[in-house]
Design a protein around this ligand. Structure first.
Ligand code: ZN
Length: 712
């Protein structure tokens, strides 16, 4: 999974490059001697990533459909394990989890009025792209994983993007969704399809159909595949609709690992399982239904690209929607391997990508899977040359991410103790490259590391550092000349939608998510294949190679630095922004009842001030310890940095979502970031006592983080 298109209005925040009191060595986290060795190592490393080899790996990984749990998925797990071994990794293993992984037995959409018509549920072959000539039995049925099984016949209502405000609009005009089938579009900006399913379920709809409007990712955007990056008329966006914003991973083992023989709950008790029947449609298949709708004209923002007036119904289009899933427990496979650390083998720098795809997974995820294997090969080459990191580097090829971030969640739950004790950071790559635009999301403590890594690697086309390419692009988008003053690079607003979730939200590990983006309208369809990537997304695979380089530099620095390259100072800055936004909201909403909340938010502010001060003092101590190469002090500093992110966890989690333990970050139900989620959700619910209590909890957590940094 991943967001198909960057969210509009994304708040991108600054990441200081080498600051005023830069490191003595010019490399964040290194002593002078350490930096010299590191620079030699990095020069050697940067000569290793090979675009042609990545292309060959990609062609193999994306050659056939490999949905999670399938024989081909297992073959690729075995191949990945062999690649890890050949690369020189140690402790290569395939771990099995047994999880609820429904495959479809039947998915059909039939219009019974005003005329008989049946949706094809097929994607059309494209001349010149042999991948798209797949026989139906190999392609499988397009479906929404974890849809309820059932059959419903009802009048259709067009409900725009299927968000709560859309149903409010309908209700205000007397259009009742209850007992009807909602037809909604996958919209851009993206909101997670599971949120659309939940909203339809809560509003009492009998079923939901989600289709790809050409205005969002088809011909309304530009040329469609094979002439351009956008989705052809029959492209279908498959995907999970599970409510993993409540708890991700296997729905039947929430919060514990689904190792073979694990206890399972009854599906009726699983909070993450949808109760509504749901299916995806292409716009080719949605068109006859939309055209048949009468009733009021849909509001302007709901009008799409099909070239006629969209009306909301209800009816006279009547549809029979049938979904039958096999609801089987299936094995899935996580492949891991390691380069063991020489000095601190229990400290883990983890890199990962998911391997499973809805069909071929050209961009999502095989671009990332090919990059992961190349990263293993290139870092493995250094270790075969005799180099050893200080800390252990763990490589992970996840499975069933497309279902509910499944194998990363199960693996994280299984190894909770070891990870909470020793995980330094998790660097995720879902899709490596669908275009040339670098994009990074991370917790604030990783801003500086990512900015420096993006400075060390060149944009393959522009031949300037990636960091400079991003600044130039941002300046151009703002219509200004690049001034060099802006350091916008890392987005510190993390939601969910990929495998970093368990590390951040359950384990309190600093995470980053890296990619190169571009126009991409074939997400989760058959057309997301090797041909799309090789012809459109990244011809030459040079951005794949650049991603391996950047991912590798960040990994090497985390694994080798004398002082962990985590900077707590930007955390205080971001927290200040997040809390200011909440204060504005509670001022507006709270009135007299909000006074207690305001008092509690003042405690939050005081804790943030303390964290800001401690961070500055801590960074100064780190710089002098690095200058003096004082290993005793550096030891203490590293131990503290290892505990820093963990401070933001509350063992009981946020109210209503105990699995989500991080008090700064959680996903909204749409997967968009919910910042300071305990307070934000209480404010949404106008629950002032809860908001005040949550604010005090957050203040305590931030104070813990400040204490971790404080000199004894
Ligand atoms: Zn993905």
């Amino acid at each position: 999974m991943r967001r198909p298109v960057a969210i509009a209005g994304l708040a991108v925040v600054g990441a200081a490059l080498a600051g005023a009191q830069g490191p003595p060595s010019g490399l964040f986290g290194f002593t002078r001697a350490g930096a010299e060795a590191q620079q030699r190592l990095e020069r050697r490393f940067l000569s290793l990533p090979d675009a042609a080899r990545i292309k060959t790996a990609h062609e193999y990984l994306a050659a056939k459909p490999h949905v999670a749990g399938s024989p081909r998925d297992k073959e690729l797990a075995d191949w990945t394990a062999r690649s890890f071994t050949d690369a020189g990794l140690e402790e290569v293993r395939i771990s099995t989890h047994e999880v609820l992984l429904p495959w479809p037995l039947e998915v059909s959409v039939e219009m019974t009025a005003p005329r008989q018509w049946r949706a094809s549920m097929r994607e059309d072959p494209i001349p010149g792209d042999p991948y798209t000539n797949l026989p139906p039995e190999e392609l499988g049925l397009p479906y929404h994983a974890y849809s309820a099984s059932g059959e419903v016949t009802a009048d259709v209502v067009y409900a725009g993007s299927g968000n709560p405000a859309d149903y409010d609009w309908l209700a205000a005009r007397g259009v009742d969704i209850r007992g009807r089938i909602a037809l909604v579009r996958y919209s851009v900006p993206y909101s997670y399809r599971g949120f659309k399913a939940l909203t339809a379920q809560q509003r009492g709809a009998a079923g939901i159909l989600i289709y790809s409007d050409p205005a969002d990712d088809g011909f309304g955007k530009g040329k469609v595949y094979p002439d351009g990056p956008w989705g052809p008329p029959s492209h279908i966006q498959r995907g999970g609709i599970v409510y993993d914003f409540m708890v991700p991973g296997d729905p039947l083992t929430p919060g514990w690992a689904s190792v073979p023989g694990a206890r399972r709950i009854n599906p009726a008790d699983a909070v993450s399982l949808p109760r509504i029947v749901s299916a995806p449609l292409s716009h080719q298949d949605a068109r006859p239904i939309l055209e048949a709708l009468k009733g009021q004209r849909a509001p302007k923002p709901w009008q799409g690209g099909l070239g006629f007036d969209y009306r909301v119904g209800p009816g006279p289009a009547k549809v029979t929607l049938r979904v039958k899933s096999d609801d089987r427990i299936r094995p899935i496979w996580t492949v891991t391997g390691a380069i063991r650390g020489r000095e601190r083998p229990d400290e883990l720098v983890i890199v990962g990508n998911h391997r499973d795809a809805w069909i071929f997974g050209g961009v999502d995820p095989s671009s990332g899977s090919a990059a992961l294997v190349e990263l293993a090969r290139t870092l493995g080459q250094l270790s075969r040359d005799g180099w050893r990191p200080k800390r252990t580097i763990v490589f992970a090829s996840w499975d069933a991410e497309e279902f509910t971030l499944t194998s990363s969640t199960e693996w994280g739950e299984e190894h909770e103790e070891k990870l909470r004790a020793g995980a330094v950071a998790y660097l995720n790559v879902d899709s490596a490259a669908s275009g040339p635009k670098f994009s990074a999301a991370a917790v604030p403590s990783l801003n500086r590391l990512i900015a420096e890594a993006a400075q060390a690697v060149r944009d393959p086309r522009l031949r300037i550092p990636i960091a400079a390419a991003v600044r130039a692009r941002r300046a151009e988008e703002r219509g200004a000349l690049p001034t060099g003053a802006s350091n916008e690079l890392v987005n510190n607003r993390l939601g969910s939608g990929s495998d970093y979730t368990v590390f951040l939200n359950f384990l309190g590990v600093p995470v980053a998510d890296l990619t190169f983006d571009g126009p991409y309208g074939v997400y989760h369809s058959m057309y997301d294949n090797h041909n799309w990537v090789a012809r459109i997304g990244d011809p030459g695979f040079s951005y794949h190679a650049a991603l391996v380089s950047l991912w590798g530099i960040a990994t090497l620095r985390l694994a080798t630095a004398d002082a962990l390259p985590l900077d707590p100072a930007p955390y205080a800055e971001r927290l200040r922004e997040f809390s200011t936004a909440l204060r504005r909201r509670s001022e507006i909403a709270g009135g007299k009842a909000g006074v207690k909340v305001m008092d509690a938010l003042r405690e939050v502010d005081a804790s943030i001030e303390a964290l800001g001060k401690e961070s500055q003092a801590f960074n100064k101590r780190r710089e002098s310890a690095l200058r003096a190469a004082d290993t005793v002090v550096l030891d203490t500093i590293n131990r503290r940095l290892l505990r820093f992110e963990r401070s933001f966890l509350a063992s009981e989690g946020i109210p209503g979502r105990p699995w989500y333990r991080h008090l700064v970050y959680a996903p909204k139900y749409t997967y968009a970031p919910e910042l300071l989620p305990g307070i934000a959700e209480a404010l949404d619910a106008a629950d002032w006592p809860r908001a005040a209590a949550q604010a005090l909890k957050l203040a305590a957590a931030i104070s813990r983080a400040a204490t971790v940094l404080r000199e004894e």
